[in-house]
Design a protein around this ligand. Structure first.
Ligand code: NAP
Length: 308
């Protein structure tokens, strides 16, 4: 995948200053992940949480105020609810950011301007098992939900090589999903895949019977709502034995959807891999350090030690 390489503006006296802008951030695992990466690369630096209340963000000059208040910040991640604001603010964008129309990674350039990137889709794709990546050209996916994470997942699946054969987007509000439907329709046409949309109520056993990849991008099943699942056990029973289930949620580690998948003997994964790989991609974008294969495992072990 295309990745723009630009030299990083580094404050020599204080080392590499990185951070995360969003709200709320109290449960963020990013400081653990990026501190591990700084240590792995023997880089003097730090990663700070920069929670900014939306009311304050919009009352001030948004990201212009953020960087003015943190002049040594060389790069930062952006999370809910500011990914679209970041996309609109940066002077330059990578192809992924341009396609997804949202930015989760910002880097200051030597001329003092900022470039925006989006590593969510790459992170999702990299976390998939090799056998799923190589068989995407024959896979019929259903993607549940139509929010920010869904955009990144659709972009990753359509622009993968091979591209996914078909995607059916399953939403609870087709009207609200129109912008993402318009984007995905363009992407599918560009790469020669098939794209369609249905409401949750229309997800019949016949449709599920031909589905070979399920991606949950809704927050249904996330802590504290752990008794909920976007699909019922009966619906999981309609899936073929080679269907792969990917839930973007990582807390809990095994959502009810993934418990149903286990019961049906379906291969599956949670969202921890996506979280780790999107961070690794962001770190490499900031520092130009080539990604090392052992980083992901080291971060996973560190996270397990830290969060249990
Ligand atoms: P978002 O922008 O709020 O989108 C959530 C989507 O889910 C919306 O389309 C929403 O529908 C739909 N939805 C919510 N509740 C639903 C329900 N009860 N039934 C059906 N659909 C429902 O959130 P997001 O940023 O995309 O994040 C979604 C999930 O992905 C979260 O759990 C988040 O933690 C996870 N995530 C994980 C990673 C990772 O690295 N693993 C990265 C990003 C996100 P409406 O549009 O109708 O409201």
């Amino acid at each position: 995948m295309y990745l723009e390489r630009e030299p990083l503006h580094l404050s020599a006296s204080q080392g590499l200053q990185l951070g995360l802008v969003g709200y709320p951030l109290n449960k963020s695992l990013s400081p653990i992940i990026h501190t591990t990466l700084l240590n792995l690369c023997e880089i003097n630096g730090q990663f700070d949480l920069l929670p900014i209340e939306p009311e304050f963000f919009h009352r001030t000059e948004g990201f212009s105020s953020v960087v003015a208040n943190h002049p040594t910040l060389a790069g930062f991640n952006v999370t809910i609810p500011y990914k679209v604001d970041a996309y609109q603010w940066v002077a330059k964008k990578t192809s992924q950011a341009d396609r997804i129309q949202a930015v989760n990674t910002v880097k200051r350039l030597e001329n003092g301007t900022y470039i925006g990137h989006n590593t969510d889709g790459i992170g999702f794709y990299k976390a998939l098992p090799e056998a799923i990546k190589t068989s995407l050209g024959n896979r019929h996916a259903i993607v549940l939900g139509a929010g920010g994470a869904c955009r990144a997942v659709l972009e990753a699946l359509f622009f993968a090589q091979p591209a996914v054969q078909t995607i059916m987007l399953v939403v609870r509000n087709v009207e609200k999903a129109q912008p993402i439907i318009a984007l995905a329709t363009q992407w599918a046409t560009a790469v020669g895949s098939t794209f369609s949309v249905i409401p949750f109520e229309a997800l019949s056993p016949a449709l599920l019977g031909t589905t070979t990849l399920v991606v949950n991008t809704t927050p249904v099943g996330m802590v504290p709502d752990v008794e909920a699942s976007p699909l019922s056990l009966t619906q999981l029973q309609a899936l073929p034995a080679d269907c792969y289930i990917s839930d973007l949620i990582y807390k809990p580690a095994e959502t009810l959807l993934l418990q149903y998948a286990s019961q049906q003997g379906l291969a599956h994964q949670n969202g921890l891999g996506m979280l780790i790989y999107q961070a690794i991609e962001a770190f490499s974008f900031w520092t130009n350090n080539p990604i090392q294969p052992h980083w992901a495992k080291t971060i996973e072990v560190t996270l397990q030690d830290a969060i249990g």
